[in-house]
Design a protein around this ligand. Structure first.
Ligand SMILES: [Zn+2]
Ligand SMILES: [Zn+2]
Length: 173
């Protein structure tokens, strides 16, 4: 069952909303419209730990809420163009494990077989992230330029800060 959060209207009535209502408007019996905050804010106001950047991104992608910008991240012109970039985030702990695996694989080839099976559980995360970029700024930008675009979006910046070994593809429209 989905978790419910309480949301109060100015009139004093309390409404129960779920995570799927986040970002939508609900109507109170008093006639007022209440905008439900983001899931992140709902969780924080309910005393829960904030969602990770990955979870927030995944939820917003599913709801088609990204990109949020209305202006090009490069030049600031108003645009409806969206470029996509695939960001691959490697889990740092998996990398560390891989090292141990390779080391043991040299010594005990057969043991490494069973070990690597468990290794696959720590899968890498990758996202196809939409960016608000005009055609002009999206013309073959360098890899560091793409990173600058990504870092201008607070949510994507959180992701890159967390996965410092993340790699990203070229932009495509
Ligand atoms: Zn009300
Ligand atoms: Zn631009």
């Amino acid at each position: 069952m989905e978790k419910l959060y309480s949301l109060a209207c100015n009139c004093g009535r309390t409404h129960q909303v779920s995570g799927t209502d986040a970002g939508c408007d609900i109507h109170c019996d008093c006639g007022q419209t209440i905008s439900v905050p983001s899931l992140q804010q709902l969780r924080i106001s309910a005393g829960e730990s904030p969602l990770s950047a990955e979870m927030t991104i995944e939820a917003r992608l599913l709801k088609g809420q990204l990109p949020e910008e209305t202006h090009c991240l490069g030049c600031g012109v108003t645009t409806t163009e969206t470029a996509y970039v695939t960001v691959s985030c490697e889990r740092p702990e998996v990398q560390a494990r891989g090292w141990t695996l390779n080391f043991f694989a040299l010594l005990f080839g057969w043991i490494s077989m069973s070990w690597s099976a468990g290794h696959e559980q720590g899968r890498d995360v990758s996202f196809c992230l939409p960016l608000r970029i005009c055609r002009e700024c999206g013309q073959t930008p360098s890899e560091s330029k793409v990173r600058d675009f990504l870092r201008k979006v607070p949510l994507y910046r959180q992701l890159l800060d967390k996965y410092t070994a993340a790699t990203w593809s070229a932009l495509r429209f």
